[in-house]
Design a protein around this ligand. Structure first.
Ligand SMILES: [Cu+2]
Length: 470
């Protein structure tokens, strides 16, 4: 489109230490042509959406120059990587901002291998042009030392909504997650709602346009396949707050990795569900020739663009959609099957999530154990010690799903949908409405560490916690 000058995407891997960066990311305003009728103006990386795919090699240091051509300070967060706080990309952890109209060079050793991503980590608050409401997201693939399995080729899909607006209240698909509501948590929420019953509902964010790889359904290049091929999809939900689903009629997904980490039990599922910032790597065996819509189960969102056409060689015609049968998403399906319990933790922290309806000038306020995170005091919620194993027990006294994200560490899911599990390693996990879950992590990466809900609207209004190493 020639509106925004492209910066150099230097992919040269020459170790010209200290002089040339391996990559340059330019942050600036630009246009995304979702379709000829819907061209969105927002903040982008290198003038494109998604931002360029950055391919790193596990263990090989990379240098990235970040140039901020906007009028406000920015942060680039390297989601899912075990790197120092100074480069992780969260102000709360002490990462310096990339100044407005300034540059910052970051250098780190990428790890672990697998599908990661990068995105802005600034607070948007009530400004829907900022933070993850913008187009600042792009995939990272850290090439592993060993091959993930047999496949013919890889396809990266980035799911993303545009044109956000506020409304009072909103809907969220709830019935897809395994597990049952906990009555005590429902009672807690009921009491809180009673206290706020004179208020109207707090603001929620909705979207006008939906896209995969920056194109509305039918306007991008189809995924062109041949019968018999095995296609490895790397799917990222880069939304600011939506839960996404994906199905391909007549096909199943063999899930190999969750959040880039290989699962103990690869399994076939008819539908993928991804909370905000979750990633799934899955192989589809192309065994059902035709022209299909690979799309979100929500008819409205798919109708407004959330899908991509999959076209078999030699087949033409209107892409077909078939609604899949009801299917409940349960991470434990991919866990260890031998029921071997995970090691017991050195300490357990219990955290209850509550919502204060419309408490902050019309916005809902979120609290953990009764406290909303304060950007002023930056008070840590708890202290961990290097080498110890911790169990976080979350209790959700709200009807919203919260995609919980731990920075700079990988956690192991130990309880989900009322059952023990082990072996599923992640950095984001969906906590269902009125449900509980537990995960363990080993404190193996000293430095201030952020734990938060990955819904921009929730993290900006209290749902954040800082862990400090003692
Ligand atoms: Cu949340």
């Amino acid at each position: 489109m020639g509106i925004t000058p492209f910066s150099r995407i230097g992919a040269q891997n020459a170790p010209a230490a200290g002089i040339n960066p391996d990559y340059t990311l330019q942050i600036g305003n630009g246009l995304i042509e979702l379709s000829p009728e819907h061209i969105v103006s927002t903040t982008l990386y290198n003038g494109q959406f998604p931002g360029p795919l950055l391919r790193f090699k596990e263990g090989r240091r990379v240098t990235v120059d970040i140039r901020n051509d906007t009028d406000t300070p920015e942060l680039v967060h390297w989601h899912g990587q075990m790197i120092p706080s100074e480069v992780d990309g969260a102000a709360e952890e002490g990462t310096p901002f990339v100044p407005a109209h300034g540059t910052r060079r970051v250098s780190f050793v990428p790890k672990p291998a697998g599908f990661r991503f990068y995105h802005t980590h600034v607070i948007a608050g009530g400004d829907l042009s900022r933070g993850t409401y913008s187009g600042q997201a792009g995939p990272v693939y850290i090439d592993p030392k060993n091959d993930p399995g047999t496949y013919d080729r890889e396809v990266f899909l980035v799911m993303k909504e545009f044109e956000p607006t506020f409304s009072r209240g909103g809907d969220m698909a709830m019935d897809f997650l395994a597990g049952d509501p906990v009555h005590e948590l429902e009672r807690l929420a009921h009491d809180s709602n009673e206290r706020a019953k004179d208020k109207t509902k707090g603001y929620e964010v909705g979207y006008e346009r939906f896209s995969i790889n920056g194109k509305m359904l039918g306007f991008g290049e189809p995924v062109r396949v041949k019968q018999g091929e095995r296609v490895l999809f790397h799917i990222l939900n880069a939304s600011a707050g939506e839960i996404r689903s994906l199905a391909l009629p007549g096909h199943v997904f063999r899930v190999l990795s969750l959040d880039g980490n290989p699962v103990p039990t690869p399994a076939d599922v008819p539908v993928l569900w991804l909370g905000t910032a979750e990633r799934i790597s899955a192989i589809v065996h192309m065994s059902h020739p035709g022209v299909w819509i690979m799309g979100d189960l929500d008819d409205g969102d798919r109708g407004h663009g959330m899908g991509i056409v999959v076209e078999y060689a030699g087949h033409r015609g209107k892409p077909q959609w078939v609604k899949p049968a009801q299917f409940r998403w349960n991470y434990a399906v991919f866990g260890r099957t031998n029921a071997q319990p995970p090691p017991s933790p050195d300490e357990i922290f219990e955290m209850t999530v509550e919502k204060n309806n419309a408490a902050l000038g019309g916005f809902n306020q979120w609290t953990l154990n009764g406290e909303a995170f304060s950007m002023q005091t930056m008070k840590p919620l708890f202290t961990v010690h290097e080498g110890r194993r911790y169990r976080l027990k979350f209790r959700n006294a709200s009807d919203d799903i919260h995609p919980l994200h731990l920075h700079r560490h990988t956690f192991e899911l130990t309880r989900f949908a009322g059952r023990s599990t082990s072996g599923v390693l992640k950095d984001v996990v969906m906590l269902g409405g009125f449900q509980e879950l537990e995960f363990d992590f080993v404190a193996d990466n000293p430095g201030p560490t952020l734990l938060h809900c990955h819904q921009q609207l929730h993290m900006d209004f209290g749902f954040m916690a800082l862990l400090r190493y003692g």
